[in-house]
Design a protein around this ligand. Structure first.
Ligand SMILES: Nc1nc2c(c(=O)[nH]1)N[C@H]1C(S)=C(S)[C@@H](COP(=O)(O)O)O[C@H]1N2
Ligand SMILES: [Mo]
Length: 371
């Protein structure tokens, strides 16, 4: 069944069999791990959708991107300006929401007021657009600029106010060349739900920095004051509860953590004895790649290496698999990854639990029975 404009905003369609619907208003839909694992590049209709407010209906003809703040020349760019005056550039990048795998944390201790993402808030696309770097250089970077702030054209209601979703990234990352202002996804124009007509793609960072429906870019001395940069998307230790959090003290999230997910078999699956192939993906943050993935069939007592199916790719997930001969019995399958910086994952959910449910990268575990 597909959900269309009666239940969603006009022009937005999602195929319900393809996606896990978490909420309609705002529209939040995930991609089941076994579906995600089918294709390295996720088709648009399966790509997870995370929105905090309305999905704006932007007219591509009258659309203008403003570039302002500490610049030499403020710019107002149409889509044609971007396409004609700047070279097009593409990057294959995985987007992952900071709330990916939140439901596992919520099972340890409740998490209130957040979307109950499973391991379903991750997808990969080939993005095409112009390098943010080129647009910043065209505007001219003024003195004292340390951060580049983005503002979306959507409307979010919070505390009696309405405002667009915002974020910022350090100037150094903004100039890195991999950060795109994207108008295409997998060779097609961006769909409305993924940010038509223009979105930011910040490879290696949590999805929240990849602002959709981009209306403005500001060059600033300090990070964005927007709620989603200043307040939300901050990490607190496991012993902090929402009521006693000092928001100024939370760690601002940017880089993705090293993580891995078992996609097949599924949790609680019952399998016939014999050969079983275990499949999943792993991902890590900035400036590193996945070096190894290890699997355990006995809850982490002994491990065996899986085969990585791709060569290191800086901004994407890495698919892996391993085959085992399984005798009848019950198994706790566990996966953990290692990256080129020697980092690995924490063993237990309790070590990473936080009241917002961000960045769960504990060993991924599931039980199967074999008969
Ligand atoms: N304008 C705007 N941009 C946004 C958001 C939003 O709600 N509004 N959500 C962010 C979050 S939290 C994530 S994880 C990604 C998700 O991108 P996708 O919906 O294309 O998967 O978009 C980001 N950009
Ligand atoms: Mo997110």
């Amino acid at each position: 069944m597909s959900l269309t404009h009666e239940s969603l905003e006009a022009g937005v369609t999602i195929e319900q069999e393809e996606m896990v619907l978490h909420s309609l208003h705002p529209l939040n839909a995930g991609i089941a791990p076994e579906v995600a694992r089918e294709k390295f590049i996720t088709p648009q209709k399966r790509f997870f959708i995370r929105s905090h407010g309305s999905i704006p209906d932007v007219d591509g003809e009258t659309y203008r991107l403003s570039v302002s703040g500490r610049v030499k020349v403020p710019l107002e760019l149409s889509l044609d300006d971007l396409r004609i005056e700047f070279a097009s550039s593409s990057v294959v990048a995985t987007l992952q929401c900071a709330g990916h795998r939140r439901s596992e944390l919520a099972a340890v201790q409740p998490i209130r007021g957040e979307v109950a993402w499973d391991a379903d808030a991750i997808s990969t696309a080939e993005w095409r657009g112009v390098r943010l770097r080129e647009v910043l250089l065209a505007a001219g970077i003024g003195p004292g600029v340390k951060h580049v702030a983005f503002l979306g054209l959507d409307e979010i209601e919070k505390g009696g106010e309405r405002f667009g979703f915002g974020a910022s990234i350090p100037l150094e990352k903004a100039l890195s060349g991999e950060v795109l202002l994207a108008y295409e996804m997998n060779g097609e124009p961006l769909t409305r739900e993924h940010g038509f007509p223009l979105r930011v793609v910040v490879p290696g960072y949590i999805g929240a920095r990849s602002v959709k429906w981009l209306g403005g870019i500001r060059l600033q001395a300090s990070p964005s004051n927007n709620y989603f940069q200043r307040h939300a998307y901050k990490l607190f230790p496991p012993d902090t509860q929402a009521a006693d959090a000092n928001w100024e003290e939370g760690k601002v999230l940017s880089d993705l953590a090293i993580n891995t997910v078992i996609c097949r078999p599924r949790a609680s699956e019952v399998l016939p004895a014999g050969p079983v192939t275990i499949q999943g993906y792993a991902i890590t943050g900035e400036g590193a790649h996945i070096e190894a993935v290890e699997l355990s069939l006995n809850g982490g007592a002994t491990w065996r290496e899986a085969t990585l199916l791709e060569r290191p790719h800086p901004w994407t997930w890495c698919f892996w698999e391993a085959s085992f001969q399984l005798e009848p019995g019950c198994y706790e399958i566990v996966a953990r990854a290692w990256d080129s910086r020697g980092r690995t994952q924490p063993a237990n959910l309790r070590e990473v639990w936080n009241f917002k449910g961000y960045m769960n990268n504990a060993w991924h575990r599931l039980h199967v029975s074999v008969f």
